[in-house]
Ligand binder design. Sequence first.
Ligand SMILES: Nc1ncnc2c1ncn2[C@@H]1O[C@H](COP(=O)(O)OP(=O)(O)OP(=O)(O)O)[C@@H](O)[C@H]1O
Length: 729
Amino acid sequence: MEDNFQSAYQEEEDRLNHALVEIDATLEKLRSTPVYTGHDYTEQVLEDSREQKRKDLAKLRQEPYFGRLDFQGKDEEERKALYIGKIGADREQVSDRPLVIDWRAPVASLFYSFTGGTELASYEAPEGLIEGLVYLKRNVVIRKQILERVADTYNRDSDGPAVSDEFLVYRLGENKDNRLRDIVSTIQEEQDKIIRAAKNTALVIQGVAGSGKTTVALHRLAFLLYQYKDQVSAERMIIFAPNRMFLDYISDVLPELGVGNIMQSTFPDWAAQVLEITLPEQDAAETMNRWFETSGSMPVITEETPGRFKGSTVLMEIIESSIKLLEGGAVPEDDFIPWEGAVLKRSVILHWHNEEYAPYPPGKRKERVMARIHRWIEMELKKSPSAAALKERKKKGAQREKAYSAKWPKYDPLNIYKQIFRAVKVPADWPEGPPVLIPAAVLKETARELKKGILREEDLPPLLYIHYLLNGNEGKDRFDHIVIDEAQDFSPFQIAVLDLYVKGHSFTILGDLSQGIHAYKGVHAWEEMQSLFAPEHTAYHALTRSYRSTMEIIEFANIILSAGVNSPLLAVPVFRSGNPVRLISYADHLTAAAGEDPRSRAVAAALAALSGREYRTVAVLTRSLREAQELHAVLVQEHADIHLIDGSMTSYQGGLSVLPVYLSKGLEFDAAILADADQDHYGPAPWDAKLMYVGCTRALHELWLLHNGKLPAYVQATEDVTINGWPEA
Ligand SMILES: Nc1ncnc2c1ncn2[C@@H]1O[C@H](COP(=O)(O)OP(=O)(O)OP(=O)(O)O)[C@@H](O)[C@H]1O
C-alpha cells in the first residue's frame, strides 16, 4: 500500500514537473510576443485573447490541476490520463488530449458523476453519448507548484467498485476563514447534476443546511458561462442574497473560478434601483428585531398576514384589474381644444390610444398619444393667419396641452399602489371596494403604513409589477440568468415578478424550508413557486447530504427538526466524526465573581476555551440583536478583536464574532456557541425550533449550547451525540 502510494506520488510529481515546464514555455512565448497597441480591430481581438491566455497561464502555473481521471472510451485503443483543473490549457504540440481539461468540459463531468461500479460510465458530449471505462479517479493537491497530496478516490485495479469519501472528508475537516471557497475538486454527483442542468429551466433546489446550495449555485453560474458562452454574459446574470454581508462572504468564489462581473444584490436594493426610489434604511433591521426580540410573542401567521398576502399571486390579479380600470378610463372625457377654433375629437384620440398604440403598455401609450397630440398642434399652428396669432396660439396650445396631460391618470407605481390600498383618493370611476377583496386587516395596516411613508420589503414586488405593467420591459433589459439564495424567504409574487425580468425562465432557486425562520414571509412549500411555471419549464432537485458539519452536529440538529418542526427534511451526514455537542448549564460549577452575571461569565469562558483551540472562526449566537450587543460589550473586554455583527454590516471579517442567529444564515464557523439555548429564549413553536436549527447548523467542527437548565423539549441529550458540562481543563 505504502509502495503504491509512493509510486503514485512519484508519478504525479513527474507529471507536474512536465506540466510546469510546458506551461512556462508557452507563457514565455506569449510574454515575448510584442503587445499590440494599434487600431486594427482583428489584431486587437487577437491581443485580447493573448492577454487572457497570459493571465490564465500565470494562474495555472500555481495550481495547474486538482484531479486526474483515467478513462478509455469504448472505441478507443488505450486509456488516457486526463488532468482536470479550474482553467483548461491546450498543448503547444498537437496532441490527442489537452494539457489541462477545464472542469466544466463534458468529459470532466465523469470526474464528478462517476460513483464506482464495474459497468460502462458515460457522459454527454456535443457529438453524442460517449461510453467507456473509468480506471482511476485521483485527487491531487498542488499549492504554489508543490505537490502536497495524492489521494485515489477510485482505482479499478486495486480498490473494488466503490468510490471513497476519504479525500472529501479530509477537505471538510479543514478550518474555514471569512470566505466561502470553491469546491471544484470535490463536487459530488448530486451537486454536479444541478451545476450542469440545462439553462432555460427554473430549477428549484431544496437543500438541507450545509448541503452546498450557495456553493453549487456559484459553480453553476461558472458552468453556464462556459457552456453557453455565445448566449449569456456575466453582466446579465444576477445573484440575489439576503444581505450585503452575505454577498461579501461569497465574493471570492466566482473570481476563484475565473468569473467576474456577475451582478450581486439584495432584492430590495435591486427593486429600489428599478423603481428609482430610495428605501428607508431602518426597515429590514426593525422588522427583524420585532420578530426575533423575544420568544413566544410571534403573532399567528395566516394567509391574511400582510407579508403572506402581499407575497401571494392573488395580489397580482388585483393589480392587473386595477391597471385595466385605470387604462380604460385614461383618455380624458372631452375633445382637445388647444385654442378656440381648433378641435381634436376625443374619438380620434381614443382611436390612437385604443387601437394604434394598443400594443404599448399604458405608460408608454400615454407618451405616444401625447407626442401625437403635440405633432397635431404643430400642424395646426402652421394654419395661423398672422405672426401675432401664431404667438398667441403657441402659448395657449402649450398651456392646454399640459393641462390635458394632467387629466390622465398618474402612471406612478407608488401612487397606484396607494390607490389600491386606499391610502390616497381613488379615481371616481373605481368600484367602491377594492376590485378583488383584500383582507380588511391587510388593507387597514398597509394604508396606515403607506400614509406614514413606510414601505416594507413585501411592498416591493407589487410596486415592481405595477411598474412593469405600466412600462413593460424590453428584451434587452432582461437577465440571462437569476440565482436566488435563501429562496424560502422569497414569496411567489417575488419570483413571478423576477420571471418578467429574465429570459427563458432561467432561474436557480435555492433554499431550505427548515430554515424558513421569517414566518411572516416566504413560502411554506416549494409547489408555491413551481406552480408559477409550466411543468416543462421547471425542475426540482433535493440535496440531502450535508457537508458542513460533523456527524454529531448533524444528528443533533436533525433531532431538533424532527421533534420541533416535525420535518421530514433531515440531513444525511458525510462520515466525518468530531466531538459531541456540548450542553452546558450556566449553573455548572463555574463560579462567577461577585457582581458578575453567571450567564455572561459562562459565555466568556466558552469563548475563551474554544478560541484557544486551532479554530479560525468562532461565533457566539444569540436570539436577538439586543442580546448580541450586550454580550459583545462583556466579551470585548477579554477579546478585543471580537466583532459584533448587526444588520448593517457590509463585510464579514471572520475570527471571533457575536451575532443574532437570524443574521448567521448562510454563514458558517469552525465552532459555534449558542447562548441562551433555553425555554426562556426558544419557545415550543416550530419557528423557534427552526431558529435553533439554523444556529446549530452553522458549526463545522464544534457546537456548544449554553442554557439556564430548562432546555426546550426538542433539544435532546443523546448518547454519543451530546455531552453535558464543561470539558476537563
Ligand atoms: N462537494 C463539496 N466538497 C467540499 N465541501 C463542500 C462540498 N459541498 C459543500 N461543501 C462545503 O459545505 C459548506 C456548506 O456549503 P454552503 O454554505 O454552500 O451550503 P448551504 O446549503 O448554502 O448552507 P446553508 O443552507 O446552511 O446556508 C461549505 O463550507 C462548503 O465549502
